[in-house]
Write a protein that binds this ligand. Structure first.
Ligand SMILES: C[S@@+](CC[C@H](N)C(=O)[O-])C[C@H]1O[C@@H](n2cnc3c(N)ncnc32)[C@H](O)[C@@H]1O
Length: 219
């Protein structure tokens, strides 16, 4: 990848302790990838008090898989909270993910690595039934809905907690895509929305929804 440095622009994401995740975004070619607002809302939600038991974060020592990681900001945040994280995305995002892992290594208290995972395809090399699956802003095109659901079903177990964040979009066929996704999802999963007041005081928005999702019939 020649001239790669020139094609990145940097986004700093401040953690509660004042340290900063430094996230490179890719703005060249077809696979432009930025930190989407839903990713910021989810990353900052992970730092809120509902994830702490005393001084210990519930992610500490847990296996976390992120789907459609993009720049990796959500999974990186999880890894700074003690989780053992696998970021996943398409092949063409792996370089960006690895750069962001490298640039933020000093903040990681769990562990973090990136792997290729194309939704709907057979999953290799992932921890079976991770404790958490994180998904930010991945409900946006029709052909991906069923493959994304298949992947969520394939890798989740009865005890897996899925935390999904998405921005409600009113343009074009987005409302249809979103309702189709949730119609299919609720067949096998229970969905609970996190009220705005339980989210980060600053990084929250009426049109960005944070959902806790579990397989039906298991608690
Ligand atoms: C809108 S971006 C969101 C990125 C990141 N989660 C965020 O919120 O900043 C959607 C991500 O899904 C990934 N993606 C799209 N289709 C995919 C597929 N079929 N399999 C795996 N990842 C896919 C894209 O490469 C992209 O990184």
């Amino acid at each position: 990848m020649a001239d790669v440095e020139r094609d990145y622009f940097l986004r700093a994401v401040e953690r509660r302790d004042g340290s900063r995740l430094r996230i490179k975004q890719h703005c060249a070619g077809d696979v432009g990838c930025v930190v989407w607002d839903a990713a910021l809302v989810l990353a900052k939600y992970l730092e809120t008090s509902s994830f702490y038991r005393g001084s210990s974060h519930v992610f500490s020592g847990k296996n976390v898989v992120e789907l459609g990681s993009g720049t990796g900001v959500v999974g990186l945040m999880a890894s700074t909270l003690g989780a053992n994280v696998i970021l996943t995305d398409l092949e063409e995002l792996q370089d960006l993910l690895n750069i962001n892992i490298k640039d933020n290594k000093h903040l990681v208290t769990g562990s973090i690595q990136a792997k290729v995972l194309k939704w709907g395809e057979t999953v290799k090399d992932l921890p079976s039934e991770p404790d958490y699956i994180l998904v930010a802003d991945c409900i946006y095109y029709e052909q991906s809905l069923e493959p994304l659901l298949k992947t969520i079903k394939d890798i989740s177990g009865n005890k897996t907690a899925i935390i999904l964040c998405y921005e409600e979009r009113t343009m074009g066929n987005n409302p249809k895509i979103e309702s189709q996704f949730f119609e299919l999802l609720q067949i096998d999963f229970e969905i609970e929305e996190v009220p705005l007041e339980q989210q980060d005081e600053e990084y929250r928005s009426e049109d960005i929804h944070v959902l806790h999702i579990k397989r039906r019939g298991h608690h």
